[in-house]
Design a protein around this ligand. Structure first.
Ligand code: CP
Ligand code: NVA
Length: 308
């Protein structure tokens, strides 16, 4: 069976735990330079990852490329606009052709149905590098950052503030898999996907929706936010006004657990969803979180290619 990674549940909780352990071990075994030196075992030597981008990216692009180099393989970037996909070649035909030439495909796209179609027709693993629905690779990096700081996942209390977007959906999915609690603080009409909430609750996780930002962060060990307007989504002044009470600032952080860490997948819109004081402050783990995209994605790639 081809191992696609479209969502965290494609891997499952035990595999995610194994990915985190593998990422911790590989990270510890590396010196931080030279950055592209392959890991001693070079487990993906000779392997190539094709990366299709239909939306902008800094972290996902660089971390997947560097992950492949460190695993002994390589990556090639396909900006959708300069490929035949951008001129109307079908997703199915693209999947068939790439499967003959590369070992795995990562795609960042808008409509989640497109990645499902790609996976359906691909004979090599397809990895979700963000869709409008979810961003599972980001959450593996976030979990790694949390574990690295000494927090155990089962029983953890996580607060999400602001827009119930793709990253929030994957965080909720992770809550179900790794058995932690998520409290979502955001305005009415911007709730995360109902299917993800139901699935996490059915798996035994507590998922609480509130419009009170203080209730969301109370006692939380992890406070997370993201842009108020995701790529390709409509924004506007009314939207920003509705989000304002959910800004993560020092006053809100003070209501969380005193040991609470702050996470943001980045890019940040400083002084909108988070103040400079918080993102640049002692509780912020955002730079470790960004670096951990690299380490955690190595584990995702190894699992998808049957090496983990
Ligand atoms: N967090 C994240 O996915 O960043 P990029 O959009 O830069 O890839
Ligand atoms: N929610 C954001 C995440 C960017 C990495 C977006 O989709 O634009």
């Amino acid at each position: 069976m081809t191992r696609h990674f479209l969502s965290l549940s494609d891997a499952g909780g035990d595999t995610i735990a194994a990915m985190l352990n593998d990422a911790i071990d590989r990270k510890a075994a590396r010196k931080d330079w030279p950055k592209a030196r392959p890991d001693a075992d070079a487990p993906l030597a000779g392997h190539v990852l094709a990366m299709i981008f239909e939306k902008n990216s800094t972290r996902t692009r660089v971390s997947f490329d560097m992950a492949m180099r460190q695993l002994g393989g390589s990556a090639l970037i396909m900006e959708a606009g300069s490929t035949q996909l951008g001129r109307g070649e079908t997703v199915a035909d693209t999947a068939r052709v790439l499967s003959r030439m590369v070992d795995a495909i990562m795609i960042r796209t808008d409509d989640h149905a497109k990645i499902e179609e790609l996976a359906h027709y691909a004979e090599v693993p397809v990895i979700n590098g963000l869709t409008d629905l979810s961003h599972p690779c980001q959450i593996v990096a976030d979990l790694l950052t949390v574990v690295e700081r000494g927090f155990a996942l089962p029983g953890l209390q996580v607060a999400w503030l602001g827009d119930g977007n793709n990253v929030a959906n994957s965080l909720i999915e992770a809550a179900g898999q790794m058995k932690f609690t998520v409290r979502i603080g955001g305005p009415a009409g911007y709730e995360p996907n109902a299917g993800f909430i139901e699935q996490a609750r059915a798996a035994g996780a507590e998922v609480i929706l509130t419009q009170d930002p203080a209730e969301a962060v109370k006692g939380a060990q992890v406070v997370v936010t993201d842009t108020w307007v995701s790529m390709g989504q409509p924004g506007g002044e009314k939207h920003v006004a509705a989000m304002q009470p959910y800004q993560v600032n020092a006053a809100l952080m003070a209501q969380a657990d005193p040991r609470a860490m702050f996470l943001h997948c980045l890019p940040a819109h400083r002084e909108e969803e988070v103040t400079n004081e918080v993102i640049d402050g002692p509780q912020s783990a955002v730079w470790d979180e960004a670096e951990n995209r690299l380490h955690s994605q190595k584990s995702v790639l190894l699992w998808a290619l049957g090496k983990l």
